[in-house]
Design a protein around this ligand. Sequence first.
Ligand SMILES: [Zn+2]
Length: 293
Amino acid sequence: MPEGDTVWRTAARLHEALAGERLERADLRWPSLATADVRGARTLEVRSRGKHLLHRLDTGLTLHSHLRMEGQWRIEATAALTPRLLTNDQLRALLGTTRWTALGLRLGMLDLVATDAEDSLVGHLGPDVLGPDWDPQRAAANLAASQETIGAALLDQRTLAGVGTMYAAESLFLERLGPWTPAASLAAPTIAGLVERAHRLLDTGRRSAIQSTTGSTRRGETTFVHGRSGRPCRRCGTTVRVAMVGAPPQERTMFYCPGCQGGLGPTDVGRPQRPLGATAPTTFPNRRRGPTG
Ligand SMILES: [Zn+2]
C-alpha cells in the first residue's frame, strides 16, 4: 500500500507534468462525478497531504484522490496514448494537456470540491509527516493522548498523516517498541524518538526511487521486519512474525520481532509462520540408497 512518501512523489510528478497547463482533455470515470467537467481548467498545483492527493485548478476546484491499496497515477506523453491505455477498465481518471496525460488507475477515492472546502476531505488528518507544516510536537502529543496501542495510533491518520504499515513496523522495530504497547503508557522522550524516526524514514523515502529503511536497495533487504515474517531478525536472529494491530474493522497487519520488541503480541497465537511467498515446506525426496547402504 502506498505510504506518504510514495504519495508525495506522485504529487511531485503530477505537479511537474501538469502545473501551469490547461487540461485539454478530462475524463472522470467515477459515478459521483459523471457530469463533472474540468476541461479548460489550468492546473495551479498538485500537493500531497498525508496519503491524499490534492490537484488544485484555477477554477477554484480541487480534484482529490487517494490511492488506497493499489491505486496509481501514471503519466504518459499525450502523443503516445494508445486505445489500449484509454479503454483500460481500471482507468478512473484521465487528465491531459497537449504534452502530458495523467492516468489514474484503480484509485480508491475521487472527489471534486471547492479548494476552500478541502478540509471537508482532509481536515481530519493529523500533522502531515512530509508537509511543509510538519509539527512533531503536535504529532507526539496526539500519540500520547491516544487510547490505542502504539501500533494502531501510528497508523491512525488523525494522529499523524502519512505513515502506513511498512513505516509503522519499521519505526517501531528501530525504536525497539512492542506494537501492542498502550500509546499512553510510553514516556514522552520515547514517543518523541518514535515520531522523529518515522519522519526520518519517510523523508529519506521521498528522496529515493526505492523505499528502504535498511540502507540497502537490494531485493529482499530493504526492510528490517516488514514483509519478513518467518525469516530471522537481522539484529537478533529471532524469527520475525506478523499479527494484527488495531480494533476491527480498522485492523492492519504488523510485522515485528518478538526478540527485539518485547515478546509475542496479544493478537499473535504463536503459530509457526512461513516466509511470505514460500509455498509448502520443501521436502527432499528420499535419497535412494545404493546397494551398499
Ligand atoms: Zn530481533
